[in-house]
Design a protein around this ligand. Structure first.
Ligand code: IPE
Ligand code: IPE
Ligand code: MG
Length: 261
């Protein structure tokens, strides 16, 4: 591992694959849905910690397009929890000035969850300080398909040109994440080391932190540890260390003398 000489700033956008709820419950002889219930508690804790630590945007992988293949009872339990979470959490999001966004094929969610989501998003749409993004019925490949179809439709309608897709800036406008920054840090809990169809395109240059901690046990201390690990990394974006050092020195030289500390 290479580490940068000066620590990186706190990541602006952290995306989390919240994994391990089922194993957390199993270890305690509890039903899986109880693990998910405790997982929701962890969401509250982590959002509060993220706010305190100055993380502007948090994306949580809450339900994948593949998760429909789980037992019907578990899927029903997860949808119920989502609905309750949104209904109960909206007031707190408003109090804390957090904008709620969703990515995924949310139109395929059950009606009650869809309505709760629409209400929560409408109530928080005007906030700019912090964003919570829920990945719901999300899959990166599905997102790529939806983006390709939306782009093709725009071309056919004469609203976009073929050249728009020559640049990433031009094409990424058709992704669910069109108005969101790319994640700087992706965290996966529970010891699994895979991406499971999450933000494949947006995480192109993200740093990854894997922790064995199960999601219901993930709290402020674990978030700080992940951020610290991130801050010690060197992000090179295809360049070499010496170029990064030169760019940093140039940026410092261009800054007015009175702000150099
Ligand atoms: C993550 O926990 C939550 C969802 C996928 C909805 P899991 O339910 O995947 O927990 P494990 O992996 O079975 O322990
Ligand atoms: C990824 O976790 C999806 C979410 C956290 C919502 P999974 O538990 O579904 O992933 P796999 O199946 O182990 O790869
Ligand atoms: Mg899992």
């Amino acid at each position: 591992m290479t580490s940068a000489s000066t620590p990186l700033p706190v990541p602006a956008h952290i995306a989390i694959i919240m994994d391990g709820n089922g194993r957390w419950a199993k270890q305690r002889g509890l039903p899986r849905v109880e693990g998910h219930r405790r997982g929701v508690e962890a969401v509250r804790t982590v959002m509060e910690a993220a706010r305190e630590l100055g993380v502007k945007c948090v994306t949580l992988y809450a339900f994948s397009v593949e998760n429909w293949r789980r037992p019907e009872e578990e899927v029903g339990g997860l949808m119920g929890l989502l609905e309750t979470f949104l209904a109960r959490e909206t007031a707190n999001l408003v109090r804390d000035r957090v904008r709620l966004r969703a990515i995924g094929r949310t139109d395929e969610l059950p009606g009650a969850a869809r309505a709760a989501l629409a209400a929560a998003m409408a109530a928080t749409a005007h906030f700019t300080e912090q964003t919570l993004v829920l990945a719901l019925n999300y899959g990166a490949r599905t997102e790529a398909l939806d983006a390709a179809r939306a782009y093709a439709a725009a071309v056919v309608a004469g609203k976009a040109s073929l050249d728009d897709a020559k640049s990433w800036e031009g094409f990424s406008r058709y992704l669910y994440t069109r108005d969101l920054p790319d994640p700087d840090l992706v965290i996966r809990t529970s010891g699994e080391k895979r991406i499971s169809n999450f933000l494949l395109l947006q995480a192109a240059y993200a740093e990854f932190v894997f922790t064995p901690v199960l999601w219901p046990d993930f709290g402020k201390a674990e978030l700080i540890a992940a951020i610290d690990e991130f801050r010690g990394r060197e992000r090179r974006f295809g360049q070499i260390t010496e170029q990064l050092a030169a760019a940093k020195a140039e940026a410092a030289a261009q800054r007015p003398a009175d702000v150099i500390v």
